[in-house]
Design a protein around this ligand. Structure first.
Ligand code: DC
Length: 222
């Protein structure tokens, strides 16, 4: 029997930073499920599939073989044998992922892969439906949130640090719109599992959030 920590929450709440830190501290493998949806989106973009063509997404997604490996402590996503880590963090891929992740064939394929990974090894897994769909029996489920204002502010600072021009108000509007889309979709919408603990990271440091999750995990084992 393997151990798991399931972390769900809206974009920008700090899931991946926290999940990475927690997995390192516990010696678990970190599984970023968003990266798998992004790899699938990259495949569909390369195949020139129209994001609004559900039938094309349903059939084309069957030809994308997505696998995950861990190399030097980092998750590497392979798409039909190619390491695509360097291609999946663009706005274009993010937008396609937002459209294609509502497709039931896409979800079925990726959820199976995620469940297989969690059955083989101890994982900290983050996404939108981990506690509700992927690992419903996980004993440690966390719903990580932060206010849209705080999330926008974090994103703004990241972009400014990269030297990119941006508008704080527009970033917050985009975040609110993305939350609405993720929370209202028909299939696997983002929602807190009944047995998840909500952690609001708005006024906590990264270390405080990681420590809180580790203490939730420790107490879930008793
Ligand atoms: O967390 P992210 O931005 O890398 O996620 C990319 C997209 O994939 C986003 O639109 C939400 C979607 N996603 C999902 O539907 N289910 C998951 N478990 C993870 C991500």
């Amino acid at each position: 029997m393997t151990n798991s920590i399931a972390i769900d929450g809206p974009a920008g709440a700090g899931k991946s930073t926290i999940a990475k830190m927690v997995s390192k501290k516990l010696g678990f493998i970190y599984v970023d499920t968003g990266a798998m949806y992004r790899a699938m989106a990259l495949y569909l973009l390369r195949e020139k599939v129209d994001p609004s063509d559900a039938a094309a997404i349903s059939s084309k997604c069957q030809n994308a073989d997505i696998t995950i490996k861990h190399e030097n402590g980092e998750q590497v996503v392979y798409l039909n044998g190619e390491n695509v880590n360097g291609f999946i963090r663009t706005e274009e891929v993010g937008n396609m992922a937002s459209s294609s992740s509502v497709n039931s064939n896409v979800r079925k394929k990726l959820v199976e892969l995620q469940q297989k990974l969690a059955a083989e090894t101890d994982v900290v897994m983050d996404g939108r439906d981990i506690g509700t769909v992927v690992l419903p029996d996980s004993k440690c489920k966390v719903y990580l949130t932060a206010s849209s204002k705080v999330r926008a502010d974090r994103r703004y600072k990241e972009l400014i640090a990269k030297g990119q021009q941006c508008d704080l108000e527009k970033i917050e509007q985009d975040i609110i719109e993305r939350d609405r889309r993720d929370m209202t979709r028909d299939i696997s919408p983002l929602k807190k599992a009944d047995d998840a603990t909500e952690v609001d990271s708005s006024y906590m440091t990264i270390e405080e959030v990681a420590d809180k999750i580790i203490s939730l995990y420790e107490s879930s084992k008793n």
